[in-house]
Write a protein that binds this ligand. Structure first.
Ligand code: UGA
Length: 455
């Protein structure tokens, strides 16, 4: 099929490259000329494992442009709108970029039947709203009613940064919502190789063993839109639930890691997303839980469970500071090393990263904060030059003469650090393991005071 993807962020670029790999002719469009220039040279502007390689393999099926006129929208089968929908101060999603995309698309949708897909996470009702914008944009430009040769669909994505490609090629399910059977058919056909799992797996992204057909959920627009918010909020809730239990575990002398295993083996609960720690960050959980609360408010409803998940999450960041205060008594003039600045491993994304909140709280209390990260340091330096954080290339630099080391992001590199040598370099051998990731016994054996979350 001929596919246009608007927006080359994590979602758009991954979707575009994966669909090109599957044999579709894909044009990725972005208003950011710098990004498009990089992509044209085969360079990927974000850090996402496996993406540069898949882009290279799929290059003959891929085009990149900043121009709606050059994107071939008039003759394409499917257009994905995958632009950013950041949070507004009131919690609602900012739909400026979605509107700009719909305005540009509207007048161009007149020849082939085209499905316009909301891939960005958008509030309930956005499918209808985009349909209206497309029609209005058409009329504004052409002075007549649109021919109506298009339909709007919602196809939420469930990929995680850091494993975006395996999540796209080997998903748990595909959700397609539309009031138009033609749109559902077109998208089901587009996803057929993924649904049937009959495409040759890329060598660097092998198919998980035992993977067979993928379920597809077809539904109306509003249900698809709400599935996305409900899924992210549920995952966020699962993590906050474990963090709440972790605090109780700490009080009663229980171990949250064993509790997670003990409850996760119950098939009704499942083992994933039960990892206690300093909580979730990233561009999705915070934004989507706040949007869901705001959407419900519009209908006169409170969402106390989701609100509680948010409150617990953001308190986790203060837990780090409280723990350091308890252990070190005075933070003024002390040096704290933060290992990891990205919101999770395998990404260079800093959106809503716990590291930045923790660093700011510590700096406000007079501590010197050194931060290191194997991949995201450059972004941190560029985006936050004025926070007063000292950026260090190597963990050894960050830890030298520090009064505590806090593991913020569970990068595998941090398990392999020479903790025995570091102990001699630190002012005080305190490790706060914000992800319950390090080997407690090994660190204690080496003479460290180790504090994890709920164990
Ligand atoms: C999340 C969802 O997992 C995806 O399904 C969804 O498509 C995506 O949001 C989105 O809406 O775009 P993502 O934010 O990339 O994906 O990353 P996750 O792996 O979900 O991690 C989110 C945060 O939760 C990270 O800060 C991670 O450290 C934290 N986390 C995750 C925990 O604290 N405990 C866990 O058990 C799992």
């Amino acid at each position: 099929m001929k596919v246009v993807v608007i927006g080359t962020g994590y979602v758009g670029l991954t979707t575009g490259v994966a669909l090109a790999y599957l044999g579709n002719q894909v044009t990725c469009l972005d208003v950011d000329a710098e990004k498009i220039a990089k992509l044209k040279k085969g360079r990927v502007p974000i850090y996402e494992p496996g993406l540069p390689e898949l882009l290279e393999i799929s290059r003959t099926n891929l085009q990149f442009t900043t121009s709606y006129d050059e994107a071939g929208i008039e003759s394409c089968d499917v257009v994905f709108i995958a632009v950013g929908t950041p949070s507004l101060p009131d919690g609602n999603a900012d739909l400026t970029y979605v509107k700009a995309a719909a305005d540009a698309l509207g007048p161009r949708l007149e020849n082939a039947f085209t499905v316009v897909v909301n891939k960005s996470t958008v509030p309930i009702g956005s499918g209808n709203w985009v349909g209206t914008l497309l029609a209005e944009a058409y009329t504004r430009k052409k002075g007549s009613q649109p021919g109506g040769n298009y339909a709007v669909a919602s196809n939420p994505e469930f990929l995680r940064q850091g494993s975006a490609l395996p999540d796209t090629l080997y998903p748990d399910r595909v959700v397609i919502g539309s009031e138009e059977p033609r749109a559902i058919d077109t998208l089901t056909n587009l996803y057929r190789p993924i649904l049937n799992q009959d495409f040759p797996a890329p060598a660097h992204l092998p198919r998980p063993e035992g993977m067979s057909a993928i379920p597809v959920v077809t539904c109306d627009l509003a249900s698809a839109e709400l599935i996305k918010y409900a899924a992210n909020s549920f995952l966020a809730l699962k993590i906050s639930y474990m963090n709440e239990i972790a605090h109780l575990a700490e009080k009663v002398g229980a171990n949250i890691t064993q509790i997670a295993r003990g409850i996760g083996l119950d098939a009704r609960i499942g083992p994933r997303f039960l990892q206690a720690g300093i909580g979730w960050g990233g561009s999705c959980f915070g934004k989507d839980t706040s949007a869901l609360v705001a959407i419900a408010r519009d209908y006169g409803m409170n969402m106390p469970i989701i609100q509680a998940a948010r409150d617990v999450n953001y308190q986790q960041r203060t837990w780090v500071v409280d723990t350091l205060l308890r252990e070190l008594k005075i933070l003024k003039g002390k040096t704290i090393a933060l290992l990891g600045v990205a919101f999770k491993p395998n990404t260079d994304d800093l959106r809503d990263a716990p590291s930045l909140d923790i660093a700011q709280q510590l700096i406000q209390r007079g501590a010197r904060v050194r931060v290191t990260d194997p991949v995201a340091l450059e972004n941190a330096r560029r985006l936050y030059p004025d926070l007063g954080i000292i950026y260090c290339e190597h963990p050894a630099e960050a830890i030298m003469k520090a009064d505590a080391a806090v593991l913020v992001t569970e990068w595998p590199d941090y398990c392999e650090l020479d903790w025995a040598a570091f102990k001699e370099d630190m002012n005080f051998p305190l490790v706060v393991d914000g992800r319950n990731y390090l080997d407690r016994h090994e660190l204690e054996h080496k003479g460290y005071r180790y504090i994890g979350v709920g164990r």
